[in-house]
Design a protein around this ligand. Structure first.
Ligand code: 6PG
Length: 251
């Protein structure tokens, strides 16, 4: 059973704060129940403000950093010190500023041969996250202006892969829009939809049209991969600002 909720807040700053609250509350509650918590971060620019909030009070003290295991729902096939790396962005804004144990940061190695990196990550996830398929406690996702999420881009081969957890997805220029880096590593819809919670963070007027198509248009997962996300037995939260939600009929 999927529990789908949409929360619309006035500004991107409100979305960032609500996301920091949800992440911290989920982590505290999950650690209380299970002793550890597994969270996958999204890439892109939207989560950066939330990362900054997590380095400051009250989140800095509330977050169980010692029991928090961080993963990425996708990564570009670049070295970890590349400005195009999702790990690089999270390390700059968050990881280098908090006391999270190094062994709790599970980096997708974009610098090695992509298929080996994907298989290595699958092994890491299976070792660290319970369930078959592994059930993340929380997966954070963004959505591109073309309706992609993670690195599941429109009309890309990765969309149809259901027998893997993580795959190398080559995204040709004609299907990547303004997104950088053609070769990427991404969670598949199988892994995403096994999660306990999936939260989309979507802000800005530039996402309004595609968000309406994704949430209120015809189902077309080849064109709008974000429509693939529907946790089979979990909670899906769309955390939006007014600008991104401005075209939605259902408010
Ligand atoms: C990536 C991201 C991607 C991102 C969306 C939204 O590696 O590119 O994971 O899926 O979440 O493109 O990006 P913005 O937050 O920058 O709009």
């Amino acid at each position: 059973m999927t529990d789908v909720r949409t929360v619309i807040l006035p500004t991107p700053a409100d979305v960032a704060r609500r996301a920091a609250e949800e992440l911290t509350e989920t982590a505290v509650e999950t650690v209380r129940l299970k002793g550890r918590v597994a969270v996958a971060l999204s890439g892109g620019s939207t989560p950066i403000e939330m990362f900054g909030l997590l380095t400051r009070e009250p989140f800095r003290s509330e977050m169980p950093w010692q029991q928090l295991h961080l993963f990425w729902s996708d990564e570009r096939c670049v070295p970890p010190d590349s400005p195009d790396s999702n790990y690089y962005a999270a390390n700059e804004a968050l990881l280098s500023r908090v006391d999270i144990p190094e062994e709790n940061v599970h980096r997708l190695r974009g610098e090695i041969e992509p298929d080996e990196a994907a298989r290595e990550y699958e092994r890491q996830i299976r070792a660290a996250v319970e369930g078959d398929p592994p059930r993340f406690d929380l997966i954070l996702l963004g959505m591109g202006g073309d309706g992609h999420t993670a690195s599941l881009f429109p009309h890309s081969d990765g969309l149809s892969v259901t027998d893997r957890l993580v795959v190398h997805n080559h995204v040709p220029d004609e299907h990547r829009g303004s997104a950088p880096v053609a070769d990427r590593l991404t969670f598949t819809s199988t892994l995403i939809n096994a999660a306990e919670r999936v939260t989309f963070l979507v802000t800005g007027s530039g996402k309004a049209d595609v968000l309406k198509a994704v949430l209120e248009g015809e189902r077309d997962t080849e064109q709008y991969p974000s429509q693939l996300v529907l946790p089979a037995d979990g909670k899906l939260l769309w955390l939006l600002d007014e600008a991104a939600a401005s075209r939605l009929a259902v408010r």
